[in-house]
Write a protein that binds this ligand. Structure first.
Ligand SMILES: Cc1cc2nc3c(=O)[nH]c(=O)nc-3n(C[C@H](O)[C@H](O)[C@H](O)COP(=O)(O)OP(=O)(O)OC[C@H]3O[C@@H](n4cnc5c(N)ncnc54)[C@H](O)[C@@H]3O)c2cc1C
Length: 427
């Protein structure tokens, strides 16, 4: 009987709490920027992310000025401090710049002043944005469904970490459930924002008919930790202080292969240096390196054919020769297969979902491919606009905000498809 009462109390608390706060699924660039915008505007929000903690990401994103400018205001930092903290080459006692030399890129994005752009380490950026936010790491949203009343949506969490509610801890104690493996739970809210990225569980649950495209490109990436000496010997002379260098091999109507080497992270006496190899698909489904239907967790299954293909590239210039050496990448690399996904939720679906208290933002609403895309810019711009909209008008103002953004989302997806083609020299 006592157990029942505690259970009931917890249920009511969760429900009540759910009505008052904005619930954000995903603590990536969109979710965190939204969280910070709401924090600045005094609107309570809680974020859920399936990752157990702010895990170190070995990769980097290019930030152009329009993407990072709003973050300076949200973080209360000047550009120099921000850049020095998040740049890929920032480390203890060493200020980073993340410099990009546009002469070393195979394609320059139109209208961009690269003197003000830089490469940010994603982990450093996420860590900075996450400061002061209420984030429940390890909370994976399993599904989303209509709530028990109009305008409410229910969020179902898988293996969720315990929210800090009176009574819940004693419930766990009484039930003898270890804190590390708490049971799944559900809650309801009138403002759920799906910011859970290109493979969004929120989108899959609420707008399941959204077409997800896989562009016809073979893309593999990896990274190795180099000593400062290895970097100086093999990479620095060609990179000339830039944190990225690219080259293209082959060409023609179909487009050539593109190789890139990037500084992704810096440590005392060592650097994490990434490589990427991409090319258009050859021969459609017969291409052994194109696996459009692979499962998400199969990204680490890299076919032997990749190393054979890298070996057949012939004598490359440095740093490509060293970083894409098939033997070295195979032995001590961390290679991954990347799929170039696109998605755009239909505007009618967005309006329909808005009536139930569910909203989508960032890659969850409109995914652009990793290569050629400007997903970071879109995610940050969306999040600042959405946060201010919620603060000014509440969730009921969001459909009008969608109207101001949708054309840009469509254009963003369209332009990213064009950009990845241009990167590979195709027309
Ligand atoms: C390797 C790489 C390099 C990139 N480089 C660039 C670049 O140079 N320039 C650029 O503009 N863009 C780049 N992008 C794309 C850019 O990072 C994304 O467009 C941007 O991060 C989108 O932000 P988002 O918040 O919508 O999604 P994300 O940043 O992907 O965040 C989604 C979050 O949701 C969480 N999540 C997912 N599913 C669940 C669930 N079921 N429950 C709870 N949480 C969940 C994830 O853990 C993640 O933290 C790159 C992407 C990658 C992967």
């Amino acid at each position: 009987m006592a157990k029942q009462r505690v259970k009931q109390k917890v249920k009511e608390q969760v429900k009540e709490l759910g009505k008052k706060r904005v619930r954000i699924v995903g603590a990536g660039l969109a979710g965190l920027t939204l969280g910070r915008t709401l924090l600045q505007r005094g609107v309570p929000a809680v974020l859920y992310d399936r990752r157990p903690e702010a895990r170190r990401h070995g990769y980097a994103v290019t930030l152009h000025e329009p993407a990072y400018r709003p973050l300076l205001d949200l973080l209360g930092l000047d550009l120099e401090t921000f850049r020095h903290r998040v740049a890929v080459d920032a480390r203890h006692g060493h200020r980073g710049t993340g410099r990009i030399d546009p002469a070393l890129l195979v394609r320059r994005a139109p209208g961009v002043d690269y003197a003000t752009s830089f490469r940010a380490n994603r982990h450093n950026l996420v860590k900075l944005l996450a400061e002061d936010l209420d984030i429940r790491h390890g909370d994976e949203v399993e599904s989303v469904s209509p709530g028990t009343a109009p305008g409410l949506v229910a969020l179902h969490m898988e293996g969720a970490a315990a929210p800090n509610l009176v009574g819940l801890n004693s419930y766990y104690k009484m039930m003898r459930i270890p804190y590390q493996v708490p049971p799944p739970f559900s809650l309801q809210t009138d403002c759920l924002v799906g910011a859970d990225g290109a493979l969004s569980a929120v989108r899959r649950a609420l707008a399941p008919d959204t077409p997800v495209g896989i562009l016809p490109y073979v893309v593999y990436s990896g990274w190795r930790r180099l000593t400062q000496k290895q970097f100086n010997d093999h990479c620095a002379p060609a990179m000339q202080g830039s944190t990225v260098i690219e080259t293209r091999t082959g060409g023609g109507e179909a487009g050539g292969a593109v190789l890139s080497v990037t500084v992704n992270d810096a440590h005392t006496g060592a650097l994490d240096v990434g490589w990427a190899y991409s090319r258009p698909v050859r021969g459609g489904a017969a291409d052994p390196l194109h696996m459009p239907n692979r499962e998400v967790d199969e990204a680490k299954h890299v076919p032997k054919a990749l190393y054979e293909e890298l070996g057949a590239l012939g004598e490359l210039e440095q740093p490509f020769r060293y970083m894409l050496d098939p033997e070295l990448t195979k032995v001590d690399g961390h290679a991954l297969h990347w799929l170039m996904r696109t998605a755009l939720v239909d505007s009618e679906d967005l309006y329909a979902l808005a009536g139930t208290g569910a909203f989508l933002v960032g890659d969850a609403a409109h995914a652009q491919p990793i290569l050629g895309g400007e997903g970071a810019l879109s995610a940050i711009t969306d999040a600042v606009g959405l946060g201010n909209c919620i603060a000014d008008h509440g969730p009921s103002g969001i459909p009008a905000w969608y109207d101001t953004r949708y054309d840009e989302w469509e254009a963003g997806v369209r332009n990213s498809v064009k950009a990845i083609r241009e990167i590979h020299g195709g027309r």
